[in-house]
Design a protein. Structure first.
Length: 376
């Protein structure tokens, strides 16, 4: 198991005490799934049994919370995101204990979680309501039992999904359904099935939000990306209740969208809602946010803080990526403006420090820690 180095905790604590203009985000990772889907590229594994789950939630995760307590108690996080893996693999009682262990959890204004529809229970839904969650994303991926079986993923019928979305709406929680295009063969011919499924989701299931992904393991092409964009534009004309809230769906963007694995968010309600992973190019979400992550386990090693102290990067790579992420954020801000949607409190000015005193303090801490200084 990969553990957080104890000698880094005082460094983290000192850095996070410096006033800055970025957003503080807490990420809690679940490294387990019921089974490993063949299309998956994320950091997770099939859990070995109840004992491994119990050990993670009652020993590993609590120990990490305690070791980072000075940091967790000193930050007023703006958002907390539970990702995975499958966070809903843990029962509601176990999750409630995790929530209670995190200092100041109830006061975090925006709480979001991923979930697999075949692991969600009514107890989970009630728990999300009780703790004031704002967004629950369900990884449906496809409405076809055959396609899901071929990808080693469990199927959930539409009636169950309709009920989940209805309950979440009653609780004033945004329901999101993930769909993956090009999941069957990875070729253009899949789009007929994709169109059918998206139409059914919009007309029958009617979640507040739909996120369209493209199969990461299928061969990319500009032709496929263009076809995907055209399909979305056409179906949004058929279902005007929905709007793409993170992209203009312009054909001129197809190559960039292909290269960065764009995710398109279609929203029916609360179209002004956004969080740190809202941009269509998810790789860009790190710019403008200070990330603290829990859930380190085996091969999963979260990235933390102002720059990647744990997942080490040299100065050139850091500056290059920062410049790229800043550019992508600027594009997102312009997109929201053209769509008539707000981006305030989300896009952060390029000025990281609130004062020159903070900048000098940052330099001092980094040099004392014998780490290279990266201009922010």
């Amino acid at each position: 198991m990969t553990e957080i180095s104890k000698d880094r905790i005082p460094l983290f604590n000192r850095l996070f005490q410096i006033e800055n203009n970025w957003h503080d985000i807490l990420y809690v990772h679940t490294p387990f799934c019921v089974q490993k889907c063949y299309y998956c590229v994320y950091s997770s594994k099939k859990y070995s049994g109840p004992e491994e789950l119990d050990r993670f939630y009652h020993q590993v995760l609590p120990q990490q919370i305690e070791r980072l307590r000075p940091i967790l108690e000193g930050i007023a996080f703006e958002q907390v995101y539970f990702g995975g893996g499958t966070p809903s693999i843990a029962d509601a009682g176990t999750l409630a204990k995790t929530f209670e262990r995190i200092p100041g959890f109830k006061d975090i204004p925006v709480k979001l979680t991923e979930a697999a529809p075949f692991t969600i229970t009514d107890d989970h839904l009630e728990l999300y309501h009780q703790y004031g969650f704002k967004f629950v994303s369900m990884g449906v991926q496809s409405l076809s039992p055959q396609i899901l079986e071929a990808q080693n993923r469990r199927y959930v019928d539409e009636e169950t999904l309709i009920r989940f979305c209805s309950v979440l709406e009653q609780y004033d929680i945004i329901s999101n359904i993930d769909l993956i295009f090009y999941l069957e063969t990875g070729r253009l011919e899949d789009l007929e099935q994709n169109r059918k499924e998206l139409g059914e989701v919009m007309s029958w299931i009617r979640p507040a939000s739909i996120t369209i992904h493209s199969n990461y393991l299928a061969k990319k092409s500009v032709e496929k990306q263009l076809a995907m964009i055209r399909l979305l534009r056409e179906i949004l004309e058929e279902y005007p209740e929905y709007q793409c809230t993170n992209a203009l769906l312009e054909e001129t963007e197809a190559e960039v969208d292909m290269n960065y694995a764009a995710e398109y968010r279609l929203m029916r309600k609360e179209k002004d809602f956004h969080f740190y992973m809202t941009p269509k190019l998810p790789e860009s979400h790190r710019y403008g946010h200070n990330m603290v992550a829990l859930g380190t386990y085996e091969k999963f090693k979260p990235r933390y803080n102002y720059y990647y102290i744990y997942d080490y990067m040299d100065k050139y790579s850091f500056k290059t990526l920062t410049k790229k992420y800043k550019f992508l954020y600027t594009e997102f801000e312009e997109t929201r403006s053209k769509l008539g949607l707000p981006a305030d409190k989300y896009i952060t000015a390029g000025q990281f420090f609130k004062s020159e005193e903070g900048r000098e303090k940052f330099k001092e801490i980094i040099r004392e820690s014998q780490l290279p200084y990266y201009e922010l």
